[in-house]
Every structure is written in C-alpha cells, then in structure tokens.
Design a binder for this molecule. Sequence first.
Ligand SMILES: [Zn+2]
Length: 305
Amino acid sequence: MTNEVLKKVLEEKRAAKRREEAAAEARKAAALSLPDVSEAHREYVNALHESLRYGGQDRRRNAEKLRAAYVEALAEAGYSEEDFLPRVLCPLCNDTGISDGTLCKCTREALVRALGIACDISPEGFALSDFDPADVKGSQAQHLAKLYGRMSAYAEKFPDVNRNVIVCTGKTGTGKTMLATALARTLIRGGHSALVMSATAFNSLMLKCHTSPYSEREGILADVLTAELLVIDDLGTEPRYNNVTCEYLLLVLEERGSKHLSTVVTTNLSPERILQVYNERIYSRLFDKRRSLTLSFDGDDLRLV
Ligand SMILES: [Zn+2]
C-alpha cells in the first residue's frame, strides 16, 4: 500500500513539473505573439547569428544592443526572461522528488499527506509523543505511560520489529483505541501506511469480499493485506457471519504475518474468551509469544507478554 501511494506521489510530482514546463512555454508564446516583442526578438536573434557566424566587435556590440532592446520590449509588455523558465517548486530536488539518491523532503511531506488521505487518518492530531501522564486521572497514568513508552519504541524500530501482532486488552474506556490510533498516526507521520478499522467495518468488508465475484476480491482486500499497520478496533463487537467472520480474520492475520506486516487488535475480551468466541487458530495467532505482544490496559499490573 505504501509503495502504491508513493508511486502516485512521484507521478503527481512529475505531472506538476510537466505542468510548470508547459506554463513557461505558454508564457513565452504569449509574449512573442506581441508585435513589439516579436520584432525586437527577431532582430536580436538575427544579430546574434551574424555575430556568432562572422565575429567582430561591431557585430557583437550590435547583438548586445539589440538584446537590451529585446529585454526592454519584454519589460514594457510586463515580462522578464525568467518568466520563460519553468517555476521550480522545490529547489532541493529540482522537482524530481529525489535528492541525494533518496526521497526529497518535499516527497516525504507529500507522502505523509497522501498516506493520511489513503488511510483516512489525518497526520495531525494525537500521536504517541503527545501523551502526557498528567492528562490522565487516577492510578492509570503510570501504567499508560509505560504502554506509550513501549509503543514509541516500537514505532521507532518500525518496520524492523520482532513482534507483528499486538493485542490490546482491557475494559472499555481504558485507552486502547486511543493508543492504537496514536500508533497508526505516528507511523503515518513516519511515511508508513497504517489503517484503523472498527471490527464491524472490517467484518463488513470481509462479507463484501466473500459475496463479490472472484475477480473483485483481490481489490477489496488489497489495503487490509498490504497496509504496513492494520488496527482492528474492538474485536468481539462485530456481528458473526458464518464462513466469514472467523475465516477471513484468520486469513488476514496469516497473510499479514507471512509478509511481516503488523496488526494491532484491541478488544474487551479476555484471551480465554477469544478462544471460546473465535477458534484455536485465531487464538494462537493472537497470543503466540514469539510473534505477539499483549498489552493489558486494566489495573496496575503491567502485563507485557
Ligand atoms: Zn524536493
């Protein structure tokens, strides 16, 4: 997904560069269509050719004089020669999008904006670094500070992380969604694709996939299978569809796991309840200690498996 968005960003940069070149050509054509400018330009070009061809100081001076007359005619018509050069929007990369063999600052900024649109999360807003324990009432402040610290370290290492599954468990209102969304936003700011979906929206998308012709399924699943981070929020609140809910959740978890893409699941359900409600394969995908990290949001016991 990130590569697709980046490709579009670079294509847009090239298109913008071509638009600037065309606009410069158009300004030149408009200026040279004015009789005074056109005449002065013709005389200057002729004199320049003569000077270059036959040499001599007089011809050179004449060409210089006629050039000054041409520049003056341009100025009288409200133009300068610089108007005939394409405007350079980014001097760092000369609008190629690449500087010093890597993505230019302008491209990275455009990428973050485009990722925000593609992932439907504004890059502005609450990110991991905005967390302040002072904003949290009660005994949870210390606990949340540890969780945010842990996730900040995760985001810093991303995508070079060992655990690709993070399960945030805890009661409603303990801040699971906020942390997961802050992680997504932090990654988007770092130029990664990160989708946040409610379990209900995810489930509906899976149902849509299941009921669509085969030729359309890949397109429907593309984003959830390729986003660098996928957050499935509030697992357990979605309606249950036979042949869909469990089957597609497992498919997405396995497919993403095989590509080392990270998935965050937030849920009010305990691990034991997840085993009962879903199935053993989903349970082991979510709670495999080698691949997954469980963050408990309840109480003071910080359980980092
Ligand atoms: Zn640039």
